[in-house]
Design a protein around this ligand. Structure first.
Ligand SMILES: CC(C)(COP(=O)(O)OP(=O)(O)OC[C@H]1O[C@@H](n2cnc3c(N)ncnc32)[C@H](O)[C@@H]1OP(=O)(O)O)[C@@H](O)C(=O)NCCC(=O)NCCS
Length: 163
């Protein structure tokens, strides 16, 4: 693991098999419309879904990422950082790590839907090279907003492509 964007935060690691309860707890601290423990349990019963919790030694769990991988694509379902830990590069770090995993599985692209009113998240994804591929009007209710469909095509250099 190469903690590039979050190099100043010491000892970052991921819990790759968190319990549904741990996911629900983190989700409820980060989102106004939280997913339930049952939602996470059902997700984890399906092999295409993955949940990661981001950990630091001083504060245990500080962020989360949920995604579904259906080759050749990977969909990001949830990405969040606890309020006190935001603006330190941790979400960017999670996206960078996700790209490494996606590339090791030879996937073509990552995509997601995000509320156009969510300025922090849209800025994050644009900064990471995601591009708008569509829009669903009034898709989100809480808070109200259009859904932007964002996608990033993964680039492989010659060496990676040959592997
Ligand atoms: C969106 C979210 C995940 C960003 O997490 P974060 O760890 O604070 O983000 P980072 O520190 O990695 O920021 C990386 C880049 O994202 C953008 N960004 C992050 N927060 C921002 C904000 N509040 N306003 C504007 N841009 C922001 C910036 O471009 C930033 O780069 P910079 O620091 O060089 O300006 C976090 O605000 C969050 O958990 N929000 C609630 C949950 C959510 O809305 N998730 C996304 C939908 S699934």
């Amino acid at each position: 693991m190469i903690p590039s964007s979050a190099h100043h935060v010491q000892g970052i690691s991921f819990c790759l098999q968190p319990s549904p309860k741990e996911m629900m707890k983190m989700d409820s601290l980060c989102f106004s419309a939280a997913w339930s423990e049952q939602d996470y349990r059902e997700m984890q019963e399906q092999p295409t879904f993955s949940n990661w919790l981001l950990q630091v030694p001083t504060a245990a769990q500080v962020g989360m990422l949920s995604f579904q991988s259906v080759p050749p694509e990977l969909q990001i379902l949830r990405l969040a950082v606890l309020p006190d830990w935001r603006k330190q590069g941790l979400a960017q770090f999670m996206l960078e790590q996700l790209e490494i995993v996606a590339k090791s599985a030879n996937l073509e692209s990552l995509w997601l839907e995000v509320n156009s009113a969510n300025k922090a998240a849209t800025a994050l994804y644009y900064k990471q090279g995601y591009q708008e591929t569509g829009i669903r009007k009034n898709y989100f209710i809480n808070p109200l907003g259009d859904a932007l469909l964002l996608k990033k095509i993964l680039k492989y250099d010659d060496k990676q492509a040959a592997q």
